[in-house]
Design a protein around this ligand. Structure first.
Ligand code: DC
Length: 218
């Protein structure tokens, strides 16, 4: 059984997806982390992110693993390293790389094969798992999303002004929505939820209610 949660950065999808997966006893897949790993590895190896063929070749040889809350690249813990502003800024080059998208899509389908899974990203309900039993699209107001991002960065010791974050976020949204391959858009059958001013508990409660209604076995 596959539950997809797509939406823009800061919509609260990662937290909601993780908690929902725990409650249902499903696996959780953070597909954004995979794009981040490819970005980080290339940046560390000084591979120019715009050189699509070289990036794709390197991506093919990276061993990406999830171990609870940890993310490993070729056996090295990169959980925090993939969340920096630098990596975040670089991910859009990787996200428009058609070959990398195909590769990561294949890995995502393999991770879901024969499992119950909650998977989150930008294209999970549209491109990677069009057959998913339950699809959600989470949003929140730009200001709220920027505040969440600022809070996240502060916890990691990075301090950016709200206006700077908003500007970066607007640019990322535009790139995510306008790219030719797998743009960020809700599946026509996705349930749309605005998470602005709502607690994680409240949002997850709603998601869980929908899933249990749709999939009585849960
Ligand atoms: O959700 P996130 O911020 O961790 O995503 C990191 C980047 O990867 C962001 O630029 C969007 C991109 N992404 C994507 O294109 N497709 C996905 N399924 C997940 C993330």
């Amino acid at each position: 059984m596959i539950i997809t949660i797509d939406g823009p950065a800061g919509s609260g999808k990662s937290t909601a997806a993780r908690v929902l997966a725990e409650r249902l006893g499903f696996q959780f897949l953070d597909t954004g982390a995979m794009y981040r790993v490819v970005t980080l590895v290339c940046q560390r190896e000084q591979i120019e992110l715009s050189r699509q063929a070289i990036v794709a070749a390197r991506a093919e040889s990276i061993h990406i693993q999830f171990d609870g809350h940890k993310v490993l690249a070729d056996g090295v813990d990169v959980t925090d390293a993939i969340r920096t502003v630098d990596v975040t800024q670089g991910t859009h080059f990787v996200a428009v790389n058609h070959t990398v998208r195909e590769l990561l899509g294949t890995l995502q389908r393999r991770a879901a094969s024969g499992r119950d899974i909650v998977t989150e990203g930008r294209d999970q309900g549209t491109v990677v798992f069009p057959e998913a039993e339950c699809k959600f699209f989470l949003t929140a107001s730009p200001e709220e999303r920027a505040r969440r991002r600022q809070h996240d960065l502060e916890r990691r010791g990075e301090h950016l002004s709200l206006s700077e974050i908003l500007a970066q976020q607007t640019a990322r949204d535009r790139r995510d929505e306008e790219r030719a391959v797998a743009p960020l858009k809700p599946s026509p059958v996705a349930i749309r939820i605005d998470t602005s001013h709502r607690s994680v508990e409240d949002v997850v409660g709603q998601l869980e209610g929908v899933v249990r209604q749709r999939i009585p076995i849960c």
